[in-house]
Design a protein around this ligand. Structure first.
Ligand code: ADP
Ligand code: GLC
Length: 515
């Protein structure tokens, strides 16, 4: 039985948005595309993890390539209206939910003063403490909340008179949109030429709900079958995206293959194999406007590959802040992570004592499953000199920890892409990772003889002995010249969004050509 719940993404411009029309000449004179980018989280408005970062950066990269891209997400309580100039638009959408009709108000802001971001406001659904849940777990009405949002997105396109070529949906909370386009809205002239792309950021969260929620969506019963969105008796948002999306993507090439296997498909691998032809992997980018030690205003001292002095200052300042006494010669290891099983936390726990006898210190910033939080809180009492645990989600501290540490640990059981290791590379913080998914695609094993490579990788089959790999990394830290070249190799890596955005545009065009 699969896991039941979800977890925890023409140049016509309407007058009412006040958006200026920009004339852009594309090199191949291809027509700019109209893209509605739909995500349950978008940085800096709402973020619980990497999907927020992706949704705050990819639309900007698409815009830079001349496309008319708009972003839409729910208006959660965390969306700070005053700080981010979020304005009501005076537009309302009506969504049938079971026997009722619920209304949503549209709000608007901008990403980097350029890309329009729309918010669907519905206090009963979104004016809550968390995005998907609170400390008690997922919200029990998540099915209803995201049925409302998905249908509201389509109604919002109409209210805005924005007829998208592509609706780019991200993760299970947006999964019903492709299904609505192929059913309820199939005969609607407004969406006649609209096609959908559904991106999988994590197969571990599928939005599988009890079938009693299905009638709330007003989808035809004929889709509630094994060929459609029914999944082991559940009403599956993820499956809706997979079955009805015109194209499917995931966030690294390796993960696009891994999810076809029972080990990583989370029971959905059969469906994925069936639709393999429309699936491809496009590696995420890293947003170097926000994550670059040469310009980062959140860190103590800026630095870059030409001058690493600032990194030492960052380490000193971090150690002071965390009250850790450590000499410069002692390596500082960090993790900035959701505390979920996916992140390989159990491996860390199994080897915690061995880790604590190394000549190193460890700092973890993370929140998530209570059992992990409790474990780390206890350990910080046992090892006050070697270990600090900061329980919470703190964007600024995440930058400071990544800048001030020497190594980043990511032993993830699976990792669709992973952004933290890409950020770490840019900050000269050497990643020690499991060779899976996007970690395998972004980290090259260090070969000391040749001074090539950017980090350390262990295979799942070597997981029992990963401490010896870490030991190797820690030993190398004392060889200053070699370590410096390892840091520099990483700092010079370029995972900027431009390349990936171009791949998405090629995919969008292929999707539009399909029929
Ligand atoms: P995932 O999306 O699976 O959580 P990624 O590596 O793709 O993993 O992205 C994680 C993002 O969330 C990064 O921007 C990382 O800095 C951030 N992050 C994770 N945990 C925390 C935390 N406790 N505080 C601040 N930022 C965090
Ligand atoms: C998910 C994945 C992570 C990926 C992120 C953005 O949360 O766990 O690997 O980087 O989405 O795509």
């Amino acid at each position: 039985m699969p896991p039941k719940q979800s977890g925890s993404s023409n140049s016509y411009i309407p007058d009412n948005t006040g958006i200026e029309s920009i004339a852009i000449t594309l090199p191949n004179m291809a027509r700019p595309l109209k893209i509605m980018f739909v995500s349950p989280e978008v940085y800096p408005f709402a973020k619980t993890g990497g999907l927020g970062d992706v949704s705050g950066a990819l639309p900007l990269a698409l815009k830079q390539q001349g496309h008319d891209v708009r972003v839409i997400l729910p208006k959660y309580r965390s969306v700070d209206e005053s700080k981010r100039s979020v304005q009501p638009m005076g537009l309302t959408v009506a969504v049938p939910i079971g026997p009722e009709v619920k209304h949503g108000e549209l709000y608007e802001a901008r990403l980097n003063r350029t890309v329009p971001v729309y918010f669907v406001d519905q206090d009963n659904y979104f004016d809550r403490e968390g995005l998907y849940g609170n400390t008690d777990g997922d919200y029990p009405d998540n099915a209803e909340r995201f049925i409302f949002f998905d249908r509201a997105v389509l109604e919002a396109c109409k209210a805005l008179d924005f007829q998208p070529d592509i609706i780019h949906c991200n993760d299970w909370p947006t999964g019903l949109i492709p299904c609505y386009l192929k059913t309820t809205f199939a005969g609607d002239p407004f969406f006649k030429t609209t096609r959908s792309v559904f991106s999988i950021h994590n197969m571990g969260y599928q939005g599988n709900f009890d079938e009693r929620y299905f009638p709330l969506a007003h989808l035809p019963w004929k889709v509630f079958t094994i060929e459609g969105i029914e999944f082991y008796g559940f009403f599956s948002f993820m499956k809706a995206g997979l079955v009805y999306g015109d194209r499917l993507t995931t966030v690294s090439k390796t993960y696009s293959k891994e999810i076809l296997t029972p080990e990583n498909g989370f029971h959905m691998d059969g469906v994925l194999r069936q639709y393999q032809k429309k699936l491809s992997g496009i590696l995420n980018g890293a947003d170097y406007v926000k994550w670059d030690p040469q310009t980062d205003s959140r860190i103590k001292t800026r630095y870059g590959p030409k001058s690493l002095k600032g990194k030492k200052e960052c380490k000193k300042s971090l150690l002071r802040k965390l009250s850790i006494k450590l000499t410069e010669e002692t390596p500082l290891i960090c993790m900035v992570t959701r505390l979920s099983q996916q992140k390989g936390i159990d491996l860390l726990i199994q080897n915690f004592v061995e880790l604590m006898v190394q000549d190193a210190a460890l700092v973890i910033l993370g929140s998530g499953e209570e059992r992990y939080e409790t474990f780390f809180m206890e350990q910080s009492e046992i090892y006050p000199k070697r270990f600090r645990y900061i329980n919470g989600f703190d964007e600024k501290l995440a930058h400071q920890i990544i800048a001030g540490s020497d190594l980043l640990l990511m032993p993830s059981l699976y990792e669709p892409c992973g952004l933290t290791q890409m950020y770490a590379l840019r900050y000269g913080t050497v990643p020690v990772v499991r060779r899976v998914g996007g970690l395998a695609d972004t980290i090259k094993a260090f070969q000391s003889g040749k001074n090539q490579g950017t980090g350390f990788l262990f295979k799942t089959s070597e997981a029992d002995d990963w401490i010896s790999l870490l030991q190797k990394a820690l030993d190398l830290f004392s060889k200053k010249k070699v370590w410096k070249s390892l840091m520099l190799n990483g700092m010079k890596q370029d995972f900027s969004w431009e390349k990936s955005a171009k791949e998405y545009v090629r995919l969008y065009r292929r999707t539009l050509k399909k029929d």
